[in-house]
Ligand binder design. Structure first.
Ligand code: PLP
Length: 360
């Protein structure tokens, strides 16, 4: 039963279904010890200093938090070498993505993004009644020329996940600069860097390489993946202060809660510990890629904490077979399987299950 006059755009949308967790898979298959490699989370527990900061902040949650998250913006600005006015924060970087739609997209406006890519782009486009214009990947990589060709006078926003989710591939900031030079300056280009910390620094940094030249570019990042704070919901964006000011108008009141602000600030203070965890995951990524390559399943070059397996029509069957062996991955029917890089033990579980499933 539908109650009330739900907007047609919303009525037409499927309900959000998050990836299965390990417990659900255990119940479904009557197994124990299932592991979840489905949501690109950091498998390591949060840094002790972050947990302590959150616990301390909990004592003050009878008060509203600082709506502008002034301390967080200042800390991020200092870390990035930009003005505090060039930074904003949100409940996860998907919060910022949603604000970009609210800021720029009216019904009928076009939103351009490569496909396949992050599943939030089509959802938010549909939610605001925008028109999605998708551009196929070429060899699992974003085709920047084709994306530029797809821009029309109706285009308001372009989303480029770099690294791309779910294929893991990334382009350089030199390539992005060439692309941005072709984009009209009233079209906003969002460079979604949720996996920044896992990318080769030689690919360049859009904050230094793009923002000074292109005031229509906004870079989004998150504490969810590398910093391991997915459950806390904190993301941020860097752009020209005038663009940030527009985006800030669409922020929900007190959107980044007090615990999230405290936790994120502590993560910035403990950057060396975050970096050490990233180093462990990068070493594991190399090991997993080498093992998959030996098995004849070399993934496209990953600049993120996951790998893409090009399983095509076998995707759904193999996904279930992996799940039966207690390894929960993320399937994209008819296309491929995305597997999150985890601890050495969990990666070994995956590799053993993969060898078993694909040899059968
Ligand atoms: C995970 C992810 C995000 C954001 O996640 P948040 O938890 O909302 O910060 C954004 N973009 C891409 C491409 C992602 O994979």
């Amino acid at each position: 039963m539908t109650i009330g006059r739900v907007r047609p755009a919303v009525a037409a949308m499927p309900s959000y279904r998050p990836g299965k967790d390990a417990k659900q898979a255990e119940a479904e298959h009557g197994i124990t010890d299932a592991i979840k490699l489905a949501s690109n989370e950091n498998p390591m527990p949060p840094i002790a200093g972050v947990v302590e900061a959150i616990a301390a902040a909990a004592a003050g949650i009878n008060r509203y938090a600082d709506h502008r998250a002034t301390a967080m913006r200042a800390a991020l600005a200092a870390q990035l070498g930009v003005a505090a006015e060039a930074v904003t924060v949100a409940p996860g970087s998907s919060g910022i993505l949603q604000q970009l739609f609210l800021t720029f997209v009216d019904a009928g406006d076009e939103v351009v993004y490569p496909w396949r890519s992050f599943e939030v782009y089509p959802v938010y486009t549909q939610l605001v009644g925008g028109t999605a214009v998708t551009v196929p990947l070429v060899d699992h990589i974003v085709d920047l020329d084709a994306v530029a060709d797809a821009i029309t006078p109706s285009t308001k926003l372009v989303f480029l996940a770099n690294a791309n989710n779910p294929t893991g591939t990334a382009v350089t900031t030199a390539q992005l600069a060439e692309f941005c030079a072709r984009v009209p300056d009233d079209v906003i280009v969002c460079v979604d860097e949720a996996y920044r910390e896992f990318a080769d620094p030689a690919l360049g940094d859009p904050v230094t390489d793009l923002l000074p030249r292109f005031p229509n570019v906004i870079v989004t990042r998150t504490f969810s993946k590398a910093a391991g704070l997915a459950g806390l919901r904190v993301g941020y964006a860097i752009a020209h202060p005038d663009l940030i000011a527009s985006v800030d108008k669409t922020q929900a009141p007190f959107a980044v809660n007090a615990l999230a602000q405290a936790g994120a600030l502590a993560a910035i203070d403990h950057q060396a510990e975050v970096d050490a965890r990233v180093a462990v995951l990068l070493a594991e990524r190399s090991r997993v890629v080498a093992a998959l390559t030996d098995l004849g399943w070399a993934p496209p070059t990953s600049q993120a904490n996951f790998v893409w397996l090009d399983t095509g029509e076998r995707t759904d069957g193999w996904f279930v077979e992996l799940e039966r062996r207690g390894v929960v991955t993320r399937p994209f029917t008819g296309e491929g399987i995305r597997v999150t890089i985890s601890t050495p033990e969990e990666n070994d579980r995956f590799l053993a299950a993969w060898a078993d499933v694909t040899s059968g």
